[in-house]
Design a binder for this molecule. Sequence first.
Ligand code: GDP
Length: 475
Amino acid sequence: QGVTVQELAEALDVSPNDIIKRLFLLGTPLTMTQSMSDDLVELVADDLGRQIKIVTPEEENTFSFYDDPKDLKPRPPVVTVMGHVDHGKTSLLDAIRHTGVATHEAGGITQHIGASQVMINGRQITFVDTPGHEAFTAMRARGAKITDVVVLVVAADDGVMPQTVEAINHSKAAGVPIVVAVNKCDKPDANPDRVRQELVEYGVIPEEWGGQNMFVNVSARQKTGIDDLLETILLQADVLELKANPDTFASGYIIEAKLDRGRGPVATVLVNRGTLHVGDTLVAGMSYGRVRAMLDQHGNNVKEAKPSDAVEILGLNSVPAAGDEFRVFEDERDARDLAEQRSLKARIEEQNKVKHVTLETLFSEMSENELAELNLVVKADVQGSIEALADALGKMDQSEVRINIIHSAVGAISETDVVLAAASNAIIIGFGVRPQGKARDLAEKENVQIKTYSIIYKAIEDIDAARVGLLKPTE
Ligand code: GDP
């Protein structure tokens, strides 16, 4: 379960053949997809004049997130808005942001960064702007805790609908309290009481009826009840006594990330512990980098982000995934090592799924994976067969896929041929020869196709058919 030859090659940015060669010289012949022991990795890297550091999973987990209770300070609530489609989630968020901007005096145009912070009565609330329980649960599945309170939007003229029930179940599964915003109360056919009655069936019971849930009647369109809703969220947050240690290295989660043409990878982070500063080095999933700049939702530069703050950061080397955890590292090298180690692991998992091209899959590989070259390893009993094949291939239309004979020789198909084919995503063609020794087993393990023929024109026919997707699986 170590790093494979190919992974190491990618990590060190050298050709896999270079590594295979060195391994061979070290007396340890391995193929592309075989994994190497840590010692071997170090030896080969050393051989190549490269310094590497192997991070074990144990080391990765030695970071302690323990906080002394005396270091904990109150932090603002983080809220996600959920509800049935068209019940007004987006409109409500807009109305809330509008209120927030007015009180915040931050000015400027609100940018979409995936989260917004609003102030009410001098207190902050952070809203995650991707409404809906799908995104919420997708992030939760990745271990991200990004919500303290759920605002369940239910349209007063429509009542409880299927996605309302889903949102309730997702919130309950996450153990997050629900504040109900009964929306569209401006409508003539609005019936807020009916919404309350319907929700009882799903265990969401108004406080005034002896239940646990706070309800607020609002109209996102007329912007009524918004202050009341925000104050209610704060009341709910007070019950939760949300706290975090702000005086430590920051950690939290990625809410959104994208590649920006001018600015490179851009990610919105939600800090849930510590304080994030410009200049900090952090790892987020498989990405790392130094925070070059931090921006709030108004596009203003900010110097630090405290627990429950959401800011956009610039400076990562790649785009992390929503739901990835991030954490600040003291040492930039440690950060890079961890990020690289993680991408190696991810690629190993990917690699384990690798199947090399076959004549039967060639055409779909060409269209789906933009494969532009067909590599062949040709072995034959006589040199004449090799020349005849090369000749015929030379006359074939190669505008769609270029056909390369990367290796040809007289003799049986050997393990080395398979290793080469695996490393080059090649198919092995044999004329009047068969796989020798363990070559067949290795080919099976490495997913390398071996096609043997006794007549040359049959091979040419197959390759020509494969080229245009007309070769049907026979085996
Ligand atoms: P979402 O799918 O939950 O995000 O819902 P939207 O915010 O897109 O709203 C769906 C529709 O309901 C839009 O046409 C809104 O203008 C309308 N709408 C949202 N809130 C209100 C409200 O408070 N009153 C009225 N009358 N219409 C609303």
